[in-house]
Design a binder for this molecule. Structure first.
Ligand code: SF4
Ligand code: FE2
Length: 625
């Protein structure tokens, strides 16, 4: 089985997948090896019935006259708009959940987080529930504005010098949903043909995606789900305990589970599990929502098994046979899970119809019926446990993963950890002990060298060069499952970074959790820049989404470019068929926002390139090199 399988940086995962008969992404990567060249370059257009038109040297224009630049620009804008839409959907639901908490005097897990955010947004009311409503409304009002009305919170949460830059460039976003809407309009048949104009729209979408979909989603979630707490936790398949009724959660909308998570803790619910022979209920983390639960694991220790793995690890997690139910609410719930769930008699439930799975039961998440829905979910989980356990073989590779992995890092607690100031980190950077910072973010894919291979290799190369790595997204799931956040990982770092890790008791790679936490990294970066009194493009900080996967990652990437950061990708987006679009993204943007895209599939030379950028910035800041 294994000879026709994609490789993984996680060897134990790979051998486990190979030992099973299930068809997984690891196998399908082999049958999908032959890629469509036109698709890869972004020069296939099927916007009208004259098409699909494909651009070649002999046929440089589509029937309507669109050239490669226009076609690539339209395809790219469509992808970024879709990605933005996904994140805006997440923040919209998150804000609606907070509003519901305020209106019904529900659970506020962190008043500190509420006060912090209200203060940031300039909201002054005493009553905490009213405060929730006001915060939620401020966010929602911005999301729903027409496109030519600028979003108001950008000025409040965006970094001053950046906001000025965005105004100067005319890319301050209007209402986030309208930006997506007009992005779709612009890229439809025979409308916009100007690739540069469309790329500017991508930057506006990047700003609304980043500040709202990412940053604000985290800050609102902190209120409802509790602030992240730094702690050690086990990771990988070893977290799964067959003595419990195991519910795998997948998606990105953690506040969907607020009520359910509390309910699972209750003694009478534990008794229900015991009545069918289990010790209780456990949530098994998979994809970003698991990563987010891991981040806040301190508050949910009784019911959280731990984080098992990322998007492309989920099929293997299911193949252990120890999962009884999957509850999904958003993406990275891959269709490949469905036949495995059917075969292993695993119940699937979806809590958001945008992510309705073929074989899942859709449960409408009526915010006024949380109790009823929680009870339903609990009863639904009891059934498969009773019925399937005697029929299905359970095989959990208990040697997979690590017993101790540092998790729970946030922009707030990292600063507290350093002594309530960024000074210690800035000092370490200034004297050259830490050369710089790399944010390794985004997804996991199967095509940049194999599952997590580029992410892991690049991270190792960076820490070896005394560059500290902060990670967020499914990339984190891969990094933690190979031990880069566990004790001992410091041995892989350069001498200077190793000494810092030993002194502070931290690994060289810090786990900020889900892709949404790219928003937390943006806060870290802006606070460091503010401390130094400089703009973001001057920082010795680089961004890489080595194994970016989907349209959402492209919208995140657009945010990074709007912030003026160098953005590495192991695989190019589907743009290379346009010289102009490629040139603007990889070069031209340097003079516009300060950011640029670096495409490099080789981890070692990528690390050289990123180190060079960091050193160049150090020199320009007058720091020791
Ligand atoms: Fe071809 Fe133009 Fe139609 Fe696209 S819009 S399919 S390039 S004719
Ligand atoms: Fe994600």
């Amino acid at each position: 089985n294994s000879c026709r399988m994609c490789k993984s940086a996680d060897e134990r995962l790979e051998s486990f997948v190979a030992s099973k008969e299930f068809d997984t992404a690891f196998h399908r990567t082999e049958t999908q090896k032959q890629k469509c060249g036109f698709g890869l370059q972004g020069v296939c257009c099927r916007l009208c019935s004259n098409g699909p038109c494909r651009i070649t040297p002999k046929s440089p224009k589509g029937i309507c006259g669109a050239d490669a630049d226009t076609i690539v620009g339209r395809n790219f804008l469509r992808a970024v708009a879709s990605g933005s839409a996904c994140y805006i959907h997440v923040v919209e639901n998150t804000a609606l959940n907070l509003k519901h908490v305020g209106e019904t005097k529900g659970i506020i897990k962190s008043e500190k987080a509420l006060n912090h955010l209200a203060e940031k947004l300039g909201i002054e009311v005493d009553d905490k529930y009213e405060k929730c409503v006001k915060v939620a409304d401020a966010v929602l009002n911005d999301l729903y504005k027409p496109r030519f009305n600028k979003m108001e919170l950008v000025e409040k949460i965006g970094y001053g010098p950046r906001v000025e830059k965005w105004k100067e460039l005319g890319i301050m976003p209007g209402g986030a949903k309208s930006e997506v809407f007009d992005g779709v309009v612009k890229s439809s048949t025979n409308l916009n043909s100007d690739p540069v104009d469309m790329l500017m729209s991508c930057l506006s979408l990047g700003i609304s995606t980043g500040l709202y979909g990412l940053t604000l989603t985290n800050l609102i979630n902190d209120i409802m789900l509790g602030d992240p707490v730094i702690r050690m936790a086990p990771v990988g398949f070893r977290v799964i305990d067959e003595d419990y009724i195991n519910i795998m959660i997948t998606g990105h909308q953690h506040s969907t589970f607020t009520s359910f998570q509390e309910k699972l803790k209750q003694p009478e619910v534990v008794e229900l599990a015991k009545s069918v022979g289990a010790k209780g209920f456990r949530l098994v983390g998979c994809t970003c929502v698991g990563q987010d639960l891991q981040l806040r694991g301190e508050h949910y220790q009784e019911i959280f098994a731990g984080h098992a793995g990322n998007n492309f690890t989920s099929e293997a997690v299911l193949s252990t046979g120890a999962i009884d139910m999957i509850v999904s609410e958003f993406n990275c719930t891959i269709p490949g899970l469905e036949p495995i769930a059917d075969e292993l008699k695993v119940k699937m439930i979806c809590l958001d119809d945008v992510a309705k799975k073929k074989n899942a039961e859709y449960v409408y998440l009526d915010r006024n019926k949380y109790d009823e829905i929680d009870t339903k979910l609990i009863n639904e989980a009891l059934e498969p446990y009773k019925n399937r356990r005697s029929e299905v073989k359970i095989d959990i590779p208990k040697d997979h993963g690590f017993e101790q992995s540092l998790t729970g890092v946030s922009e707030k607690n990292l600063k507290e950890f350093l002594g309530d100031s960024w000074k210690p980190l800035v000092d370490l950077i200034a004297d050259g002990t830490i050369k710089g910072v790399a944010a390794i973010v985004g997804c996991s894919n199967m095509t940049a060298g194999g599952h997590d291979i580029n992410t892991v290799e690049l991270t190792k190369e960076l820490i070896k060069r005394d560059i500290i790595v902060l990670s967020a997204g499914c990339s984190t799931g891969g990094l933690e499952n190979v031990g880069l956040m566990s004790p001992g990982a410091e041995e892989l770092a350069g001498e200077n970074l190793k000494a810092v890790c030993k002194k502070l008791g931290i690994p060289p790679v810090l786990n900020f959790g889900p892709c949404l936490a790219i928003g937390r990294l943006e806060i870290v970066a802006t606070e460091l820049a503010a401390y130094l009194g400089i703009d973001l493009p001057q920082l010795p900080l680089v961004l890489s989404a080595p194994q970016w996967l989907e349209e959402q990652a492209l919208a995140d990437g657009a945010f990074g470019l709007a912030l003026g950061l160098p953005l590495h990708l192991a695989l190019p987006p589907f743009i290379t068929g346009s010289k102009l679009v490629t040139e603007v993204l990889t070069e031209g943007l340097k003079d516009i926002t300060g950011g640029h895209v670096i495409v490099n599939p080789d981890p070692k030379s990528t690390a050289d390139q990123l180190e060079e950028i960091i050193i160049d910035r150090r020199v320009k800041l007058g720091l020791k090199d």
